[in-house]
Design a protein around this ligand. Structure first.
Ligand code: C2O
Ligand code: CU
Ligand code: CU
Length: 517
C-alpha cells in the first residue's frame, strides 16, 4: 500500500496520533500495576490485548481499527465470545459470584487501561486513568463479580484518550447472570441478542474519520452512519418468537430515541444495573451514551418475510441552545436528533412458542431516601460550561485531585443532585448548554427524581426515560436537575464520576470522588 495514502487515510495515524502527540510522558501510577496473585483461584481467566488491526466492515475494504483480542486461559469456551467481522468485543458472559482474572496487555502505540463499566470493584480493578499502562505493559485484573444479573460493558479509560480509543473500536459487553434471573422465564441462547449501537464516519477509502475540528470536539463526535455490534447495515434474521434484546448505547456522544418502525411498543425489562421489578411498556426509550436497556420483543404473529426496523425517532437538536455552534466549523456527522435506521429484523422462520413474560422479574429494594445522611442537604454537581471548557462545579479533571465536597464515607448513603447549566457561568454559560450523560463509577444508584423541563426537547423525550431500576448512567438535559440515591459499600478509595459524552470526558468533564473508610 502507498505509505502516504495509508498515513493520510487512516484514523490510527491521523486523528488519534494527532491527539496523543500532545501527551507528555509524565510519570504515572502504573508502577503499582496490578500483578497476578497466586492465591487467587479464577473461574475464568483470559488474556485481553488491545491492538491495532484490520477488519472487513465493507466488501473488499480493510478498515483500520483498534480492537481487543483475547485468549482463553481457563474456563468455559462460551464465556468469552468473538464477534465476527467486527471491531467490537469480545462478549464476556459470567455468573454472579465467579472469580475473574484478566491479563490485560496493551499493544497500542499509546497508553490505555480497561474500565469495567457498571461493575462494583475496588479502586485498583476499576480502570482509573492513573493506572494506564504504556505499550507492551501488562495489568492484571482479579475480581469477583458482585453485581446482579445485567448488561455491563468494558472500554478504555486513559485520560484524554477515551474518545478516540473507543471510537477506534475498543469496547465489549460484560454480561452477568444470576440465580434470580435464571429462576424466571426469559428468552435464552440465540433468543438473547445484544445490540450495541454506535455511530461512525468513514471516508471514501472506508477508513474511520474522527474529529475534524475543535468545535466538533466541543459538541462531541457525531457520525453519519450507524453500526450495530460493530457492523454497518445490520440485519438480523429472526423467528416468530420472543427475543431479549440488550441495547447498549456505545456511541461517543449520540443520543437515541429508540422505537420500532411499525409502532409496536417497547417492553422494557431492565436498565443499566439489571432487571426491573416488573416490565414496563413504552412507545419509545431514550438511550444516552453508556446507558443500557433490556427489551422483550415478541415477533409472534408475524409472517415469513415480514420486516421490522429498530429506529431512532427525530427530536430537536439539543446541542447548544440557540444553535450557537451551528455555524461554526463544518460537520460531516448527522446532528443529534436526526431520524435514523438502527437495525432491521426479518422473519425467516415460523416457530410456535407461546411466550409469557413474567409479571414479576426481580426484587429491587424500595427507595429508602430517609436512610441518606444528607436528605435535606444534597451534594450538588453542576455540569456546565465555564471559560470555554466543560466543567463539573466549575472544575476540570485532575488525575488524583479531590475537592472537599467530593469526599464521602464508606457505609453511608447520600443524595446527590446533578444540575445542568446555570451557576456563575454568565451569559455564555447559559447559552452553551448541552445534554450531559452523567456516569458514576463503582456503584449502581437509584434515581429519586428528575425535574420537569419546559423545552421542546423535554416534550419530545419525556416519555422515554426509564428511571425506576438500578442505574449507573443517566441523561441530564439542559436546565434539568436529577437527584440520585447512592450507597458507598465494600470499597474505599478514589473513583470517577464524569460526563459520558466521551469528548466532554476527554476535555476534563470528569472528577474523582473519594470514599474514606
Ligand atoms: Cu463507561 Cu468512566 O466510564
Ligand atoms: Cu464506568
Ligand atoms: Cu457532557
Amino acid at each position: 500500500m502507498d505509505r502516504r495514502k495509508f498515513i493520510k487515510g487512516t484514523l490510527l495515524t491521523s486523528g488519534i496520533v494527532a491527539t496523543t502527540g500532545i501527551f507528555q510522558a509524565c510519570k504515572k501510577y502504573s508502577e503499582v500495576a496490578a500483578k497476578r496473585t497466586e492465591s487467587f483461584m479464577p473461574d475464568l481467566e483470559f488474556d485481553l490485548i488491545s491492538k491495532q488491526g484490520k477488519v472487513n466492515l465493507f466488501r473488499n475494504i480493510e478498515t483500520e481499527v483498534y480492537h481487543y483480542e483475547f485468549k482463553l486461559v481457563k474456563g468455559n469456551t462460551t464465556s468469552v465470545q468473538e464477534i465476527k467481522d467486527s471491531y467490537l468485543g469480545p462478549i464476556i458472559r459470567v455468573r454472579k459470584g465467579q472469580k475473574i482474572r484478566v491479563n490485560y496487555k496493551n499493544q497500542l502505540n499509546d497508553e490505555s487501561i480497561v474500565h469495567w463499566h457498571g461493575l462494583h470493584l475496588s479502586e485498583t480493578m476499576d480502570g482509573h486513568p492513573r493506572y494506564a499502562i504504556e505499550k507492551n505493559q501488562e495489568y492484571v485484573y482479579e475480581f469477583q463479580v458482585l453485581n446482579r444479573a445485567g448488561t455491563y460493558w468494558f472500554h478504555p479509560h486513559p485520560h484524554g484518550k477515551t474518545g478516540p480509543q473507543v471510537y477506534g473500536g475498543l469496547a465489549g459487553l460484560f454480561i452477568v447472570s444470576d440465580d434470580e434471573e435464571k429462576s424466571i422465564n426469559l428468552p435464552k441462547g440465540r433468543y438473547d441478542v445484544p445490540l450495541v449501537i454506535q455511530d461512525r464516519t468513514f471516508n471514501s477509502d472506508g477508513q474511520l474519520v474522527y474529529l475534524q475540528n475543535p468545535m466538533e470536539k466541543m459538541i462531541g463526535f457525531l457520525g453519519n452512519q450507524i453500526l450495530i455490534n460493530g457492523k454497518p447495515d445490520f440485519k438480523l434474521q429472526v423467528s416468530s418468537v420472543a427475543y431479549r434484546f440488550r441495547l447498549l448505547n456505545g456511541s461517543n456522544s449520540r443520543i437515541y430515541k429508540v422505537a420500532f418502525s411499525n409502532g409496536m411498543p417497547l417492553t422494557v425489562i431492565g436498565t443499566d444495573g439489571g432487571l426491573l421489578e416488573s416490565p414496563i411498556v413504552k412507545d419509545y426509550v431514550v438511550l444516552a451514551p453508556a446507558e443500557r436497556i433490556d427489551l422483550i420483543v415478541d415477533f409472534s404473529g408475524m409472517k415469513i418475510g415480514d420486516k421490522v426496523e429498530l429506529v431512532s425517532l427525530p427530536f430537536p437538536n439539543p446541542n447548544m441552545s440557540g444553535g450557537m455552534m451551528g455555524g461554526m466549523g463544518s460537520f460531516s456527522g448527522l446532528p443529534n436528533g436526526s431520524p435514523l435506521k438502527l437495525a432491521e429484523f426479518r422473519i425467516n422462520k415460523i416457530e410456535k412458542v407461546n411466550y409469557r413474560l413474567p409479571k414479576r422479574l426481580s426484587s429491587i429494594p424500595p427507595l429508602n431516601i430517609s436512610g441518606a445522611i444528607n436528605v435535606n442537604n444534597p451534594r450538588t454537581f453542576r455540569f456546565a460550561m465555564s471559560n470555554m471548557s466543560w466543567t463539573i462545579n466549575g472544575r476540570t479533571f485532575g488525575m488524583t485531585e479531590v475537592a472537599s465536597d467530593e469526599k464521602v464515607r464508606l457505609n453511608t448513603t447520600e443524595v446527590w443532585e446533578f444540575i445542568n447549566g446555570g451557576g456563575r457561568m454568565g451569559m455564555m454559560g447559559g447559552m452553551m448548554q448541552m445534554p450531559h450523560p452523567v456516569h458514576i463509577h463503582q456503584l449502581q444508584f437509584r434515581i429519586i427524581e428528575r425535574s420537569v423541563g419546559n423545552s421542546a426537547l423535554w416534550e419530545s423525550l419525556k416519555d422515554g426515560f426509564v428511571d425506576n431500576g438500578w442505574k449507573d448512567s443517566f441523561l441530564l438535559l439542559p436546565g434539568m436537575r436529577v437527584k440520585v440515591l447512592l450507597s458507598f459499600k465494600d470499597y474505599s478509595g478514589l473513583f470517577l464520576y464524569h460526563c459520558h459524552n466521551l469528548e466532554h470526558e476527554d476535555m476534563g468533564m470528569m472528577r474523582n470522588y473519594f470514599i474514606s473508610s
